[in-house]
Write a protein that binds this ligand. Structure first.
Ligand code: LMR
Length: 395
């Protein structure tokens, strides 16, 4: 019976890492998947994480199941990190989830089953897995303009017009809380105010994907957009990931936070979210959440983690600068200075699918087909090689 099964295409992001792993070229470079690498090309385990794990080995007494919504301390940590004092705790239902993707799928299932007339508006472009998750959950999607015609800035008028004119009152809108994936282009604080106003006027439900908190300008600064929106509306869903800011990629550590108008509505929504979790993966994995809770319960570990996070952020900024300068120094008039205005791991290079293909086939340099480059995967020692290759496919 399996003869009827057709081969699916490889994943547009993770499929490239599979191809990269199979590439025999010793000089290959993987700038596709959003994973931070240090100068030696490794994705390190943070020192704060290692220390927390040591403590957990000594203190852990049981591998019994967590509750459906996860660890209490962890949920409280997420609530504080995402919302600060902006929202009363009784209006927020936080559920620990297996990564940002797990949280998004729970959110999509919740919207599809509990808010059946709703359609979600997603930016063009967005993370390739967003439409895939919504389609898997059978949640209808439409797109709003995000990337400007110059492909280096935000099309704010287009975005506002699409949400104001085309979205129906009460629809949902997907926003990237910070470090927009794949473009690295974020709204300014003033842009966020205008976005928040349209969301409030049209009573849209914001679904905020918050996977890069701390990778833009800092933990608190990166929450400004989300909190600006929440000043205007009393309902929202936030999907958190700690893959990047704690470097816990493979531990699958995330959360879904639902903000409701009052405590009663919040509890009803929580009960439905729990039902979705129970029929999907039953309850979340413990280890990654326990690491985060251990770090955040200890002042010195928290301070160490914040230092390590800042070091990652600062290194990415330095790599952006170095890439721009090295491209300029090729003397062929390549101006990539727009990268300096972009935030987080990614930038939209402007390379065409053909150039991306050439980078792969001629230089074993892997970037996503859309032209998205993972700046956090670059290294200073190989910058010249990278820029020479980019220049060669552009000429
Ligand atoms: C990315 O966009 O590369 C990351 O969010 C990793 C992933 O799962 O795609």
């Amino acid at each position: 019976r399996f003869s009827v099964v057709q081969t699916a295409p490889p994943d547009s992001i993770l499929g490239l890492t599979e191809a990269f792993n199979a590439d025999p070229n010793p000089d290959k470079m993987n700038l596709s998947v959003g994973v931070y690498k240090d100068e030696s090309g490794k994705t390190p385990v943070l020192k704060s994480v290692k220390e927390a794990e040591k403590r957990l080995i000594d203190s852990e007494t049981s591998k019994g199941y967590l509750s459906i919504d996860g660890m209490v301390e962890y949920r409280e940590d997420v609530r504080r990190m995402v919302f600060g004092d902006a929202i009363a705790g009784e209006r927020v239902a936080v559920l620990q989830a297996p990564g940002g993707t797990g949280a998004l799928r729970v959110a999509a299932d919740f919207m599809r089953t509990q808010l059946p007339d709703l359609r979600i508006w997603i930016p063009t472009p967005t993370w390739a897995n967003h439409p895939a998750i919504f389609s898997a959950a059978e949640l209808p999607t439409s797109t709003y303009r995000y990337l400007g015609a110059d492909r280096t800035s935000l099309d704010l008028p287009g975005m506002l017009e699409d949400l104001r004119e085309n979205a129906a009152t009460g629809d949902a809108v997907l926003l990237h809380g910070c470090c927009h994936n794949p473009t690295g282009i974020d709204p300014s604080e003033d842009d966020w105010k205008q976005i928040a106003k349209v969301i409030a006027d049209k009573q849209l439900l914001p679904l905020i994907d918050f996977a890069y908190q701390g990778f833009g300008d800092g933990l608190e600064q990166d929450a400004v957009g989300l909190r600006t929106v929440l000043e205007q509306v009393d309902e929202a869903i936030v999907c958190t990931s700690f893959s990047k800011n704690f470097g816990l990629y493979s531990e699958r550590v995330g959360a879904i936070s639902l903000v409701a108008a009052d405590a009663g509505e919040c509890e009803a929504a929580r009960s439905q979210l729990k039902r979705i979790v129970r029929t999907n993966y039953s309850n979340p994995p413990r280890h990654g959440g326990a690491i985060v809770a251990t770090i955040l319960a200890d002042e010195s570990l928290t301070a160490l983690w914040k230092e390590e996070l800042e070091a990652m952020r600062t290194r990415i900024t330095a790599l952006r600068e170095s890439f721009v300068q090295t491209m300029e120094s090729t003397g062929k008039g390549y101006d990539f200075s727009f990268l300096l205005r972009q935030k987080g791991m990614f930038s939209f290079s402007g390379l065409t699918p053909m150039q991306v293909d050439e980078l792969k086939s001629r230089h074993s340099i892997y970037i996503v087909g859309s032209g998205r480059i993972n700046v956090a995967g670059m290294s200073e020692s190989r910058m010249q090689t990278l820029c020479d290759a980019v220049a060669s496919v552009m000429s």
